[in-house]
Design a protein around this ligand. Structure first.
Ligand code: ADE
Ligand code: ZN
Length: 373
């Protein structure tokens, strides 16, 4: 993984240690989660990357222990170059089965994730035909469901750094090889290199085929949210942190209950979208504005996180406790692309798990009071 630059000398690490608090830890582990913003390539554990690289004879240039050097991601581009290397070692049907299965079991069910809509990135596996990706992923999904009960659907991601014509071709493939598991499309990679307007034709084609639509807007201006809603026909937004910079667009999104799939740790470490300083200010502003926010992990091991840890980070940074964290999951159930019966089933299961989870005591702010004159 020699493409990755190391953190310059004297540059502070992005990741902040989170204090240990047994009551918070027990609460975040037990709460149900619904995962709507997770990239398959970004969920691959470092040991699996090393094994697949050895299997296919791909030199990684560094050991498993620092395969994902979180502190080296100075911007989204540096992170995406690492993601490309990981994507390039997932090649045959068995590989896709394995990474999907691991993503949904150790990376999902073990954290009480009840349901995941996982984003595939066919352009991230150069030379691999889309039907081969689907075959392995769908088999992994079915095995994970029968072994653990976790359910999942697939979102096919368009690489926005490529052309609009390539995006149309990908959507055509999705339509040609239609399977029930693929419920929608997404738009990932760097927003600065691919404005959303470039993908109107691909999104319209997907819409006509009955596919649901989402897209990333992490660093872009609030106006991009309008393009996603009005021109691309998105029913939810991935990240969308800059919406709160525009009160009018925020009010519209509150009124229309547009879901925003936020990812605290990856956004913070990546420094490309969130507050970048561990305060998670934008997520707090979004919640306070009344927006429909969901929480997920984006690319969990690559950012040193997992579904439980993202809840834990918000519990510490923003003082959120059981009701707010459970509300994120309830929002995600509303925002997911299951039918009414599927959503009702998830709501029932999530409610029972929340009721069985003891709340942690509220955060202790006494030290702040003592400092007040
Ligand atoms: N691909 C994987 N993670 C991503 C992210 N956070 N933003 C854009 N593209 C991605
Ligand atoms: Zn993402």
């Amino acid at each position: 993984m020699s493409a990755t630059a190391r953190r310059p000398p004297g540059h502070p690490p992005h990741s902040r240690p989170v204090p240990t608090d047994p009551a918070v830890d027990a609460m975040v582990a037990a709460l149900p989660k619904v995962s709507l913003h997770c990239h398959l390539i970004g969920t691959v554990a470092p040991g699996t990357v090393a094994e697949l690289a050895a299997k296919h004879g791909v030199p990684l240039g560094r050991g498993v222990e620092d395969l994902y050097d979180h502190d080296s991601y100075q911007d989204l581009g540096e992170f995406l170059r690492v993601l490309d290397v990981v994507g390039s070692v997932i090649r045959d049907v068995d590989d896709f089965h394995r990474v999907t299965y691991e993503s949904l079991t150790a990376g999902g069910a073990d954290h009480n994730v009840l349901y995941r809509e996982i984003q595939l990135s066919p352009p991230g596996h150069p030379g691999v035909p889309y039907p081969r990706i689907l075959e392995g992923v769908v088999a992994g999904l079915r095995d994970a469901r029968s072994d653990t009960g976790i359910d999942a659907r697939l979102v096919v991601g368009i690489n926005r750094e490529r052309s609009g014509a390539e995006a149309v071709e990908l959507v055509q493939q999705v339509i040609e090889h239609r399977v029930d598991e693929v419920v929608g499309i997404g738009l990932d990679y760097a927003e600065v290199n691919g404005p959303p307007g470039r993908f109107v034709e691909a999104y319209r084609l997907a819409g006509r085929a009955g596919l649901d639509r989402t897209a990333h807007s992490e660093s872009g201006p609030p106006g991009h949210v309008l393009t996603l809603l009005d021109e691309l026909g998105c029913s939810r937004i991935d990240h969308g942190y800059h919406v709160v910079d525009d009160p009018e667009i925020t009010s519209r999104c509150v009124a229309e209950r547009i879901p925003f799939t936020c990812t605290p740790v990856s956004s913070d470490i990546g420094r490309y979208s969130g507050s970048g300083d561990g305060t998670h200010t934008r997520i707090r502003q979004m919640v306070d504005a009344g927006l429909c926010v969901t929480i997920d992990s984006d690319d969990p091991p690559m950012f040193g996180t997992d579904p439980t840890h993202d809840f834990r980070v918000l519990a510490h940074a923003l003082g959120y406790r059981r009701e707010q964290l459970a509300a994120f999951t309830a929002n995600a159930i509303d925002a997911c692309w299951l039918d009414g019966t599927g959503k009702a089933d998830l709501r029932r299961r999530a409610a029972a798990m929340v009721a069985a989870t003891p709340d942690a005591p509220p955060p202790d702010h006494s030290h702040l009071l003592e400092e007040t004159p």
